[in-house]
Design a protein. Structure first.
Length: 235
């Protein structure tokens, strides 16, 4: 079994709550996961050129190109992103947009595969989870678990956190607050969310070990999608 685990945060490991959660999910599946961080990668969004329509291969060449094969080969996905301005961060969004190449002419390469979504935010994770979930639905990928937690807003380590009156530290603690490393939020300090991530990983592993029925999963997701979109003719 191959599991592809993606952390869409542009941050390096030390600061990235998305990456920590993705790792926690991956390490608990019971499988060796291929963990890919998008930090430092240059991946542009889909340009809608339809160059992929004949062969389901995107013609843009960038850091997505070597990931294409990994996506196809994977039996399951762990998809992590973070909240930037109340939506999915751009790195991860660009990465996911490029999955458009897999869908033409009823290509079923993604259909029915199980996935766990992972979301980090400074204050809210809901918008990210919702977008990742909807992305999975559009591609008939079955979400079998979710992990999320709060990470450090940049204001905690930008150097001006204690004095900047429009920053997150000031908003939370007020004037005169002396910031220490202890005060910097991170999912690894939140046992409840780490445990939720570990459980999501265990669930994914269990589903794969039990012999995940992709055809059944495809039908379930397709039906839910058609219902949501109120499509009548595609069943
Ligand atoms: C450009 C930018 C915009 C952000 N906007 C939001 C936001 O609207 N809501 C929120 O809850 N957190 C917001 N955050 C905070 C991040 O979601 C938070 O730092 C999260 O931990 C980032 O994930 P990471 O730790 O994996 O890098 C923002 C951070 C950045 C850099």
């Amino acid at each position: 079994m191959k599991i592809l685990a993606i952390s869409g945060s542009p941050r390096i490991e030390k600061r990235s709550s998305t990456l920590k959660l993705v790792k926690a999910v991956a390490e608990n599946t019971g499988y060796d996961c291929d963990l890919v961080s998008l930090a430092g990668k240059k991946i542009q969004g889909c340009i809608g050129c339809m160059g992929c329509v004949d062969d389901n291969i995107c013609k843009l060449k960038d850091d997505f190109t070597p990931l294409r094969e990994k996506i196809l080969e994977a039996d399951a996905y762990i998809l992590g992103g973070c909240n930037f301005f109340s939506t999915l961060n751009a790195n991860m969004h660009c990465f996911l947009e490029r999955w458009y190449q897999f869908r033409h002419k009823e290509s079923s390469v993604l259909w029915g595969k199980p996935a766990v979504t992972v979301a980090a935010g400074g204050r809210l994770t809901g918008p990210v989870t919702a977008i990742l979930e909807q992305f999975c639905m559009y591609n008939f990928i079955q979400v079998v678990g979710r992990a999320d937690g709060l990470g450090a807003n940049g204001c905690y380590f930008c150097g001006y956190g204690e004095t900047c009156k429009v920053g997150a530290v000031y908003a939370r603690y007020g004037a005169g607050f002396q910031l220490t490393e202890e005060d910097i939020p991170c999912v690894s300090k939140d046992e409840v969310c780490m445990e939720k991530a570990r459980q999501a990983g265990k669930t994914l592993g269990k589903i794969l070990r039990a012999g995940h029925d992709r055809e059944k999963a495809t039908k379930e997701v397709k039906d839910a999608f058609m219902e949501m979109m109120q499509f009548k003719n595609n069943r």
